[in-house]
Ligand binder design. Structure first.
Ligand code: URP
Ligand code: ZN
Ligand code: ZN
Length: 458
């Protein structure tokens, strides 16, 4: 099967040029101008950007949390991702206490197989680290699960103590994996939460007021120090606070392999959203929380200057009805997380590229190329080059549309960006050479996504 994409503007992390892309079966086989080649299907990309498919390295599909389960499973979540121009996700398998890592991996493979519409990989969340599990970390890396997420918050559920974190770091330093860190000081937060509840503060905004930016900055600093002592690269997930970014910047200035992602919610929303009337603030209960207005400009500067290397979504949707409502009388019972798997490229293109905060090439780098490189998927994913998977997005940079729960494909009853008009729209999406979105319709197949065995650090 030969597909030819003609006349578009090809954009990679480094180049922007007019050209045609020839796809043979699942891979890109040639790039040129006016390629005189016969094809089974020709797609006219005139006036469109041709981008490498988005890579979202932080999603939580079908994830149990706070007595409920995230509202998108691997079918609905990956179809929504495809509508938003994302063609690969790296989700999180969770090892519960007493389990082996392999049990966790198998459980999450069952959730994804025959459901995922795009390719998927897994990070492993380690919550329990006896010696046997420590040894198993090497086996996971060999299986292509080359990154481990550890939590410095949620004591008794997900959190690891500093000693266990350090042992996990040392092991990962030796096996070629990468550490993903949820950096918030959980014990400090737990004290603040107990005090707030004792004082009768139950509204959603108290979620943010009990998780101060310093609690994120302190944990980020501690994680950097532990990683430096262990000699392991550190990737801080969902970085929200400028104070935490200062720690990353300082570490990078010292030449340490410290990386961090932020997420659209920290670029487009703020603490003010928690002040929305009634229980509406629950829509934005996520950890870390949204920060004060003004914080976002510092994150944009970090993105432009490469102190932040990726934008992922932390897509973790819970419906207002029956899920967020669990915390109507107690903010600490509101399940943490918000939807975003479908809106990432649209928001970042509009607020980043069109507002002049980042270039088009940096947009591609932050949403596709750099996450592919950090997490062992490059050059199979994350670029447009001969030999790479034909995961491509035709993007109309001039088309306006409005983000809304009425039209989105995520299985959740609200959109945090409800009513926001953005310019630039995903038009056609190909996953390994097959068109999976055209004319605003999903035309792919649930189950067509393949497990991504990722490479360790070289
Ligand atoms: O609030 C959030 N971020 N929920 C998802 C779990 C996590 O910590 O990433
Ligand atoms: Zn987290
Ligand atoms: Zn997350």
């Amino acid at each position: 099967m030969r597909t030819l994409i003609t006349g578009g503007t090809i954009v990679t992390a480094t180049d922007t040029y007019k050209g045609d892309v020839l796809i043979e079966d699942e891979r890109i086989s040639a790039i040129g101008t006016s390629l005189p080649l016969p094809a089974d299907r020709t797609i006219d990309a005139k006036g469109k950007l041709v981008l490498p498919g988005g890579i979202d390295v932080h999603t939580h599909l079908d994830m149990p949390f706070g007595g409920t389960t995230s509202a998108d499973d691997f079918e609905s979540g990956t179809i929504a991702a495809a509508h938003g121009g994302t063609t690969s996700v790296v989700d999180f398998a969770i090892q519960y206490k007493g389990e082996t890592l392999r049990q966790a991996w198998e459980a999450w493979m069952k959730k994804a197989e025959r459901k995922a519409a795009i390719d998927y990989g897994f990070h492993m969340i380690v919550t329990d680290l006896p010696e046997s599990v420590e040894a198993e970390m090497d086996a996971m890396v060999a299986e292509g699960i080359t990154s481990f997420k550890l939590f410095m918050a949620y004591r008794g559920v997900l959190m690891l103590d500093d000693g266990s974190i350090f042992r996990a770091f040392l092991r990962t330093a030796g096996n070629g994996g990468t550490i993903c860190m949820h950096a918030e000081n959980g014990d400090v937060i737990d004290v603040l939460v107990r005090r707030a509840l004792a004082a009768g503060h139950t509204a959603p905004k108290w979620h943010a007021l009990t998780r101060p930016p310093r609690a994120e900055a302190e944990a980020t600093h501690r994680a950097i120090c532990l990683a430096e002592m262990a000699g392991v690269p550190l990737y801080v997930v969902h970085l929200s606070a400028a104070e935490a970014l200062e720690q990353i910047t300082a570490a990078r200035d010292r030449g340490l392999p410290a990386y961090a992602e932020t997420c659209p919610q920290y670029l487009f929303l703020s603490y003010a959203n928690y002040e929305e009337p009634g229980f509406e603030g629950a829509k934005y209960v996520m950890s870390p929380p949204l920060r004060a207005e003004g914080n976002e400009e510092k994150l944009w500067r970090g993105l432009a200057g490469n102190d932040l290397q990726a934008i992922s979504t932390d897509h973790c949707p819970f419906c207002m009805k029956e899920q967020k409502e669990l915390g109507r009388n107690d903010f600490s019972k509101i399940p943490n997380g918000a939807p975003g798997i479908e809106t990432r490229l649209h928001l970042v293109h509009d607020g980043g590229v069109r507002r002049g905060r980042i270039s088009l090439n940096r947009f591609v780098e932050l949403t596709s190329t750099s996450p592919a490189k950090i997490f062992g998927l490059f050059p199979r994913k994350g670029t447009i080059a001969p030999g790479s998977d034909a995961d491509l997005v035709l993007f109309d940079p001039a088309k306006k549309h409005t983000l809304s729960a009425k039209t989105h494909h995520m299985r959740v009853d609200y959109n945090p960006y409800e009513g926001r008009e953005v310019t630039g729209k995903v038009d056609t999406v190909l996953s390994r050479g097959k068109v999976i979105v055209e004319n605003e319709k999903f035309v792919g197949k649930a189950g067509a996504g393949e497990f991504l065995k990722r490479k360790p650090r070289s």
